[in-house]
Write a protein that binds this ligand. Structure first.
Ligand SMILES: CC(C)(COP(=O)(O)OP(=O)(O)OC[C@H]1O[C@@H](n2cnc3c(N)ncnc32)[C@H](O)[C@@H]1OP(=O)(O)O)[C@@H](O)C(=O)NCCC(=O)NCCS
Length: 159
């Protein structure tokens, strides 16, 4: 991320005042977006929800859940115009650090099999493919399998 102050990006906890903006970005990015209610519940149930803000504009967010032994990344989204700039990587560092701080030693996530940007990101962070979840995603009239990726925090290079 650039050190130029005009480009400064601030990552902070998501709150209910962000809900409408997060919901619009969710709808902008995904063909099958989460509902506003799901996003709201994640905030209310105190999942780990963060937004990235640049000059008052919300440009990305991450939602994950830290459970006693496992962290689950549920949503990771960067506005198209701001991609390839290291923001998702910053979010990944945040998940890794928070998981370690809470003694969670495994991170898991699901992704669509054709989502190459996401798959490359997870590979860069030494996630390994550990399986598939059948019929996990909506895909038109049908369902699509998800690839499941896992990172063991005590056993990797980038932790
Ligand atoms: C996937 C996503 C979060 C990546 O965000 P980003 O801020 O652009 O990612 P970064 O700039 O931190 O890139 C980190 C690494 O991811 C990979 N990557 C990111 N975008 C990529 C692309 N378009 N093509 C190939 N690899 C890509 C690269 O390995 C990259 O490392 P590099 O820059 O050293 O090559 C973003 O593309 C996005 O929001 N996509 C739509 C929503 C989505 O699919 N979320 C994930 C759901 S599982």
């Amino acid at each position: 991320m650039s050190a130029n102050p005009s480009n400064l990006i601030n990552i902070r906890p998501m709150n209910l005042l962000d809900l409408n903006t997060v919901d619009s970005l969710e709808n902008e990015v995904y063909e099958y977006p989460w509902s506003k209610k799901i996003i709201k519940d994640c905030i209310l149930y105190q999942y780990n929800c963060y937004v990235a803000v640049k000059e008052f504009y919300l440009i990305g967010y991450i939602i994950f859940q830290i459970m006693p032994s496992e962290t689950h990344i549920l949503n990771l989204t960067v506005k198209e115009k701001y991609r390839r700039n290291g923001l998702a990587s910053e979010f990944m560092e945040l998940v890794i650090n928070e998981s370690k701080n809470r003694n969670s030693n495994t991170i898991i996530l699901e992704t669509r099999k054709n989502n190459n940007p996401a798959i490359n990101l997870y590979k860069k962070y030494n996630f390994n493919k550990i399986g598939i979840r059948k019929n996990y995603y909506q895909a038109g009239e049908k369902r699509e399998d998800a690839l499941v990726y896992q990172k063991i925090l005590s056993n990797c290079h980038l932790d």
